[in-house]
Design a binder for this molecule. Structure first.
Ligand code: PGA
Length: 253
């Protein structure tokens, strides 16, 4: 049985005192949960703070982006090596905000995926369709294309050390969660696609759902057979919400 992973994506939010208060409020309740992995993915400047606060707890941490390059003249970029200096377990790759606002294409996302793994960090690879694409009936083609770019560059076995997050763009930050059935259908498609290449990899792969997950919708989503936790934006900034979502992902919850 796959252990669910709930990861907070803080996006560009937070401050030293706000982070402190949030971390203080989530550490002890989450510490009592069993059979679930929890993590927070934070802005780069707060990695040191989060590492200091979370080491020795049950909550892992990570970043929201990294450079595809190992090092060099790339002003403003952050390498996998730098993230591992702060003991990051995870890095979000190919979030739809990066794909759309910063023009990250499938090739760049795949290169970042490889760079993360080369640095010993587990990539959380985001895939998902826009509203226009859903309405045009091409959800599966879009998700397949996004996955194929990574599989072509890294090989299907690379998914052994990765997480996939299905995040329909129309559900992100909009308050419109996909229904559990809508999400399950795409999750099953993703697992089936990978299964056709490597059954063992597909069975172990953690596929998170992301897009307006709230404490009130988490349990129903997590009850679906192919939904292995969530990537949580807005609700990860509210301690009680994030704790409740992690609680809903516990084994047997
Ligand atoms: P949301 O964001 O939960 O605020 O919709 C999810 C994400 O973008 O990862």
């Amino acid at each position: 049985m796959r252990k669910k992973l709930v990861a907070g994506n803080w996006k560009m939010h937070g401050s030293l005192p706000e982070n402190r208060a949030l971390l203080d409020a989530i550490i002890s309740p989450i510490g009592t949960f069993e059979g679930v992995s929890c993590a927070v993915c934070v802005p780069f400047p707060y990695l040191f703070q989060v590492q200091s606060a979370l080491q020795g707890t049950s909550i892992a941490w990570g970043a929201q982006n990294l450079s595809q390059h190992e090092k060099g003249a790339y002003t403003g970029e952050v390498s996998a090596r730098m993230l591992s200096d702060f003991a990051c377990s995870y890095v979000i790759i190919g979030h739809s905000e990066r794909r759309s606002l910063y023009r990250e294409d499938d090739k760049t996302v795949a290169a970042k995926f490889v760079a993360a793994q080369a640095g010993g960090i587990t990539p959380i690879l985001c895939v998902g369709e826009t509203l226009q694409e859903r309405e045009a009936g091409v959800t599966e083609q879009v998700v397949a294309r996004q996955l194929d770019a990574v599989i072509e560059l890294a090989g299907v076995k690379a998914l052994d050390d990765a997480v996939v997050a299905y995040e329909p763009v129309w559900a992100i930050g909009t308050g419109k969660t996909a229904t559990p059935e809508q999400a399950q259908a795409v999750h099953a498609f993703i697992r089936g696609k990978i299964s056709a290449l490597a059954v063992d990899v597909a069975q172990k792969l953690v596929i998170q759902y992301g897009g307006s997950v709230k404490a009130s919708s988490a349990a129903q989503l997590f009850a679906m057979p192919d939904i292995d936790g969530g990537l949580i934006g807005g609700a990860s900034l509210v301690a009680e919400e994030f704790v409740a979502i992690c609680r809903a992902a516990q084994t047997g919850a």
